[in-house]
Design a protein around this ligand. Structure first.
Ligand SMILES: C[S@@+](CC[C@H](N)C(=O)[O-])C[C@H]1O[C@@H](n2cnc3c(N)ncnc32)[C@H](O)[C@@H]1O
Length: 374
């Protein structure tokens, strides 16, 4: 356990009294010794994400970015700002695909991979043909929190598995109303107590949701601040958000009686957020309804929403499987790669993740291939 973070939280509670879970999570993940701030190991050692699973993910996203560039009338410069780029696996696979498959777009593409705590491992871990990355199209790496470091983006702001880390307020329903779960110190560690919500925004977010007493859940208010900044930073173009999550009607329903909060440490899933403090990821499903509504209030139109499986399939996933089978690899290697690729679309794995594209300054009714078969 990282005693530094634990002690920091206990000191705070002794000084100020019970804290919201949102504050607790923020300290666990982002304080000086927190999980993300002190991370020195690549993402793949804690959990696999789509880009670290197979570069087909990045290749298909590259195809979608190329189409966005064409829909924007092929501007000479197209920014792709990836926030929470982690090990840079997505950045490299997108750039590689653009250089090899979409060379005209690659000339315009300015790719920025930004992360709170980037860890760029040996590049050969992800790509076999890095020579294809021409010096004219380097990836710019940035260490930054969120999107605030950027201005005047013309292109696309994208993220994969970033928003699930946004901090959450937790609640339990009592007498038809949400009561907020606060964290305090007991004789043997952290203890949860229920009280009036720390802000009316929690109850407002749950307006229209009918939940039985005893049901737990989470509300991420950070979605609003994030969308606010994204809408300001994006001058014209798109926001592409990929993550695990649900619409509010599913998120706040009998499907999730205990909410969706969970932890990951060394590939192991747990529901004990008071263990391994500062050494494990704490995450929950993204409320995509809240994200769409926050965007619409700030001038970001919802262009498309679907599962990752459908999105990648519409973009030509099956063609990449066919290419793999025609690539001349041994049967054993082909089947290993195929299994990794299938995890991207299998709904029992990452295929049920969600994809949302929002736009700003683009004509209404715009169609993207990821959401409609050609
Ligand atoms: C689950 S990892 C996903 C990494 C990468 N997108 C991928 O799919 O492999 C989440 C990443 O987001 C970064 N991150 C979390 N919160 C952030 C924030 N507020 N600003 C920038 N990066 C953040 C973390 O450092 C971590 O690298």
């Amino acid at each position: 356990m990282s005693d530094g973070v634990r002690d920091e939280i206990l000191d705070l509670i002794r000084r100020d009294g019970p804290i919201t879970f949102d504050r607790f999570q923020e300290l666990c993940l982002y304080s000086k010794n927190g999980f993300y701030s002190s991370r020195t190991r690549p993402i793949g050692t804690t959990f696999h994400t789509a880009p670290t699973t197979h570069h087909a993910f990045g290749e298909l996203i590259a195809k979608q970015l190329d189409e966005m560039w064409r829909l924007m009338d092929e501007p000479p410069i197209f920014h792709a700002v990836e926030v929470g780029s982690g090990d840079g696996a997505l950045a490299r696979s997108i750039m590689h695909a653009c250089v090899t498959r979409f060379p005209r777009f690659a000339q315009a593409l300015r790719y920025v991979a930004s992360d709170y705590a980037p860890v760029w491992p040996d590049e050969s871990l992800y790509l076999e043909d890095l020579d294809a990355l021409q010096p004219s199209t380097p990836i710019q790496r940035v260490r930054a929190e969120g999107i605030s470091a950027f201005r005047s983006v013309h292109g696309c702001i994208l993220s994969n598995e970033l928003l699930d880390n946004f901090t959450v307020h937790r609640f339990e329903m009592q007498n038809g109303q949400p009561r907020e779960i606060f964290v305090t110190a007991g004789p043997d560690g952290f203890v949860e107590v229920l009280a009036e919500p720390s802000t009316p925004r929690i109850t407002e977010r749950l307006a229209g949701v009918a939940l039985p007493d005893g049901q737990h859940g989470e509300v991420s208010l950070a979605i609003e601040g994030w969308t606010d900044r994204v809408a300001k930073v994006l001058e014209r173009g798109f926001v592409l958000t990929i993550d695990y999550g649900q619409l509010a009607s599913d998120l706040y329903s009998a499907k999730n009686p205990n909410g969706t909060l969970r932890c990951f440490k060394d590939h192991i899933h747990s529901n004990d957020w008071y263990e391994h403090i500062g050494e494990q990821d704490i995450t929950s499903d993204v409320d995509f309804s809240a994200l769409m509504m926050a965007g619409e209030r700030r001038g970001l139109a919802s262009v498309g929403y679907s599962t990752q499986g459908d999105f990648l399939t519409h973009l030509g996933f099956d063609d990449l499987i066919e290419e793999l089978h025609n690539s001349g690899l041994s049967a054993a290697r082909t089947s290993l790669r195929e299994a990794a690729m299938m995890a991207l679309v299998d709904e029992e794995e990452m295929g049920d993740f969600k994809v949302l594209v929002q736009s700003k300054g683009m004509p209404a009714g715009i169609q993207l291939s990821g959401f409609a078969p050609k």
